[in-house]
Each structure stands twice: as structure tokens, then as C-alpha cells.
Design a protein around this ligand. Structure first.
Ligand code: ADP
Length: 498
């Protein structure tokens, strides 16, 4: 029998890691998953690991991938009672990292990733069953076997299921460990039970202890039950999703797997987000010379038609959805304006919220400025020009806005939930420690109270400058998070060892 120390010795220094994701920057993106899947491999490679990525070959990925080499030109994948043919094509992402694109034009050569304004594609279940099964089938032929597969979100949820069931006895795959990351529990990949035979999995798995969920098939649940280790994108969110309030119906499953569930906070790319060299902002700045930040604020006020006065300027860059706490901002607005603040909001999303903010801007011209649509350059000018960045989210798995604002010396005002609670620290004027301000109850009174505390410090310029320097001194680059993933990969490899 192998001793513990012997097992440890079997985990090599340099890990072979396959990250599987349905999207990755710069190839295809609908949300934060793409940022993570684009950045984590680079950070892992930087730590010396042999990391590779697998994603679908959507229309247009060649634009960023250059020429692609067919590495498995014809891959037969069982689906329902037939087989569908696909191919693995190899390209490179930044830093020379190999990326495999799963080509199957009927499934993936489309205008969008998951659907159009009319709704999701009708065959998403089939498209991502194929993705998961072709991942496993491809690994039998690739000639490179990872120590660990890092799968992400519902689109990859069946990968751990296949490895633990249909392919359990395959000697080429038997030792592969799996780590499954949930980026937002609200998206689960739920399909009607008639799709179950397409998976090739036995009906014995279609139970509450398996991948059945209130009579339907649930991909995410498959990943949660069958992966060796689970992560989500902050420690607080990892705790929250084990409760009915945040668990989206899967809290029971997550409680059962609580020992395997970890929180690893996302980072941001410190080269992409850098106030010293950002070409989109009018003047660069650093912690040692904040002159440029003042220029950015004046330019932003000018650009958005806000009064050029020394009022504290609150910024928001956000999807306009209830999750982001926008109703609280509307309710708190009269109180905020009475306190003398200005608000600059950039957002896109629900028409009702757009209308409400447009009306507020019309009523309070010169004090409230709103811009609708997705505008990456204006977003940067807000991150740089605002004094504070507002994120009163109802829930927030990790959140990137507060990390970017810290990087730009813009003080986050947040609700204490998920990643916001893990990355922002309440400023203590006596100790001059902390990086922002927060509140817990989901109410506009609590939000107002939080803003009042911020304003009290804002009125003391030297104290405020100290706070800004504290924010600028934080480090949420990817390296620390990548190290945490590596130690979890090692743990998963040990757990999966026969
Ligand atoms: P979520 O992924 O839930 O929308 P995050 O805070 O994790 O929230 O990430 C949002 C990212 O998208 C941030 O980088 C933010 O700057 C950016 N963003 C959101 N809305 C807009 C917009 N309208 N224009 C430009 N960038 C936006």
C-alpha cells in the first residue's frame, strides 16, 4: 500500500493542465469567464506548468489564433444513437500556450456563442454534450495526457461525469484529476429530460443524487457532483452558495461537497489595466504622482457635462440588471445629491433601468450623467476620473469592477457580498488602514450611510490621499490566484490517485 509521502512524491513539480472553457479571451467572449480562461493559463505557464486550453471553434476565432493545425483531423463522437464528426485544431494563445479548438461547424460556426436576442439556440444541449464528449474522446488520441482537467461552468459540466462513468476504466484517462469552477451559479445548463439519451449516460444517473434536477437534466450539477475538487471565484461566495438565499436550488449539493469546495478570487491583468500607461485616459498617473488623476477627473466632468466643481464624483460601469443593486442607487439618489455628490454611470441592459437613469440625468443635469451601451474606452475614463466606484450588488461571485477601481486609485463603495467582501477592506481613519467602504443590509439607507462615511473622509484631503494610496498599493494580479489553483490541482491529483 502506498504511504502518504509516496503519494506526495507522485505529484510532479511541473503539472500538465488542460483548461476547458466554452469561451476565452481574445477568441470569444460573452462574460467574465472569458477573462479568466484567457488569463489563468498565462499565469500558470508563468509558474512553469505545461498548460493547454480547449474551447469550441466558433466563427471568427482564426482572427486571433492565426493558422491552425489539425491535430486530430477526424474525431468520431457518439451522440444519441449516431456519431458526429469533429476535429481538434491546434493554435497558440499569448505566451506560446497551445490552444485546441474543437471544430464542428454545424454546432459552432454561428454568429453568436449561445444564442441571439430571440433566445438561446434550440440545440445548446446537444452542442455542449458534444463539446464535453469530444473533449474526453480527443484525450484518448492526443498523445498528451493532463494530470488535471480544469473545467469551467455548465458547458463543461459533463466532462467530470464522463470521466467517472463511461470512461472510468479507460487506462488512458483513469488517472486524470478534475477541478470544476463555478463562475456564476445562476447559469446551470438545464434541459428537458428527453435530451438525456443524447448524453449516452445511463438512466441510473438521472436521479436526485445524479444529474437530475426537478425532472430535468442539469449540466452544472454533474460537474458539482463528479469533479474531484470544486472552486468558485471568492471565498465568501463559496460560503454563500451553500445557503438557500444564494444556492439557486443547488445549496444541498454544495453543502454535501463542502469539504471539496474552495474559493479562489479572480485577478485582473495588471498590464492591461494600468493607470500609468492606459492610452484611453487623458493623463497617466502613479501612486507617487497623482496629478494625472485630478486631470482625468476634470476631463471626465467636461466630457459628460458635469459641473466642474470639486464635488466627490461617484462612478459606475455595469450591466444594468437588478443583481447589480441599481434600484438601491435610484432610491438613494436624492440623499446622495443632497450630500453634494456627482454620479457618472455607464451601463447597458434592462430598458426599464435605462429609462429610470435617463430620467434622473434629465432632472439633475450637471450632477448626474448617464451613458448607455458598451464602451470600453469610456469605462476606463470613468475608472480613472471618478473619486469612488459604486458596486451595491445583491450578489457578486467575484466582481472585476472593484479590482479595476482599486488599481486606478478609485475608492470602491460596495455591498459586503461575495468577492466584494473579500477584496475591499473598510477604511479605518484612526489606523489609516483599509481600501474602501461597505455596507451589509440590501437597503438604500445602508448605501447612503456608507457614502456618508466615504464623504467624511473625502472632506479631509490628506486622509483621502492616504486612502487612495492604500488602494493603489493592493495587488490583485493573477499570480497569487494561479498559485492557489496549483495547490488545489495537486490536491485533486492526490485525491484522484488510484
Ligand atoms: P459581471 O461579469 O457580473 O458583469 P464584473 O464586475 O465581474 O461583473 O465584470 C464586469 C466587467 O465588464 C468590468 O470589467 C466592467 O468594466 C465591464 N463593463 C460592464 N459594463 C460595461 C459597459 N457598459 N461598458 C464597458 N465595460 C463594461
Amino acid at each position: 500500500m502506498a504511504s502518504h509521502s509516496h503519494l506526495e512524491a507522485t505529484v510532479p513539480q511541473r503539472l500538465r493542465i488542460l483548461l476547458i472553457s466554452s469561451e476565452a479571451e481574445p477568441f470569444a467572449k460573452t462574460g467574465g469567464l472569458a477573462d479568466v480562461a484567457g488569463a489563468v493559463p498565462k499565469a500558470l505557464a508563468g509558474l512553469g506548468h505545461d498548460v493547454r486550453v480547449l474551447m469550441p471553434k466558433y466563427r471568427g476565432v482564426e482572427r486571433h489564433a492565426g493558422s491552425l493545425t489539425p491535430i486530430i483531423p477526424r474525431l468520431q463522437v457518439p451522440i444519441a444513437d449516431r456519431t458526429a464528426e469533429g476535429a481538434w485544431l491546434e493554435g497558440r494563445m499569448g505566451a506560446g500556450i497551445p490552444i485546441y479548438f474543437l471544430a464542428q461547424d454545424q454546432y459552432y460556426d454561428r454568429d453568436a456563442l449561445y444564442g441571439t436576442a430571440e433566445g438561446d439556440y434550440w440545440d445548446n444541449c446537444e452542442r455542449f454534450i458534444f463539446f464535453c464528449r469530444a473533449a474526453v474522446e480527443g484525450l484518448r488520441q492526443l498523445g498528451w495526457t493532463p494530470h488535471v482537467i480544469h473545467a469551467n461552468d455548465w458547458q463543461t459540466g459533463l466532462v467530470p461525469v464522463y470521466l467517472e462513468t463511461l470512461y472510468r476504466d479507460d487506462p488512458a484517462l483513469a488517472k486524470i484529476a478534475t477541478l470544476f469552477t463555478v463562475h456564476n451559479l445562476a447559469y446551470q445548463g438545464v434541459f428537458w429530460h428527453y435530451d438525456m439519451p443524447m448524453t449516452g449516460l445511463g438512466w441510473d444517473l438521472f436521479t436526485p443524487a445524479g444529474i437530475e434536477y426537478y425532472g430535468k437534466l442539469n449540466f452544472l450539477k454533474g460537474g458539482l457532483i463528479f469533479a474531484d475538487l470544486l472552486t468558485t471565484v471568492s471565498r465568501t461566495y463559496a460560503r454563500e452558495i451553500q445557503t438557500p438565499e444564494f444556492g439557486c436550488g443547488l445549496e444541498g449539493v454544495l453543502q454535501e461537497r463542502s469539504q471539496a469546495l474552495h474559493g479562489v478570487v479572480n485577478g485582473i491583468d495588471y498590464e492591461v489595466w494600468n493607470p500609468a500607461s492606459d492610452p484611453a485616459i487623458p493623463k497617466g498617473y502613479t501612486a507617487d504622482d497623482l496629478q494625472g488623476k485630478r486631470a482625468c477627473k476634470l476631463a471626465l466632468q467636461e466630457e459628460l457635462g458635469l459641473a466642474r466643481e470639486p464635488a466627490p464624483l461617484l462612478g459606475m460601469v455595469t450591466r444594468l440588471v437588478e443583481q447589480k443593486g441599481l434600484p438601491l442607487v435610484l432610491e438613494a439618489l436624492p440623499g446622495l445629491l443632497a450630500g453634494g455628490v456627482q454620479l457618472a454611470l455607464l451601463g447597458s441592459g434592462e430598458p426599464a433601468l435605462e429609462q429610470a437613469f435617463a430620467a434622473a440625468a434629465a432632472t439633475h443635469a450637471g450632477r448626474v450623467a448617464v451613458s448607455f451601451g458598451y464602451d470600453a474606452a469610456l469605462a476606463r475614463r470613468i475608472y480613472a476620473g471618478a473619486d469612488c466606484f459604486l458596486m451595491p450588488s445583491r450578489y457578486e461571485p467575484c466582481g472585476l469592477g472593484q479590482l479595476i477601481s482599486l488599481r486606478y486609485g478609485t475608492i470602491p463603495l460596495v455591498r459586503w457580498t461575495g468577492g466584494l467582501a473579500d477584496t475591499v477592506k473598510e477604511f479605518d481613519p484612526a489606523k489609516q488602514a483599509g481600501t474602501g467602504f461597505g455596507f451589509a443590509p440590501f437597503s438604500h439607507e445602508a448605501l447612503l450611510d456608507c457614502c456618508r462615511r466615504a464623504l467624511a473622509v473625502f472632506r479631509q484631503p490628506r486622509l483621502w490621499q492616504r486612502l487612495v494610496r492604500n488602494a493603489l498599493a493592493e495587488d490583485f494580479s493573477w499570480e497569487a490566484s494561479a498559485r492557489e489553483y496549483v495547490s488545489l490541482y495537486r490536491k485533486a491529483v492526490k485525491a484522484a490517485a488510484p
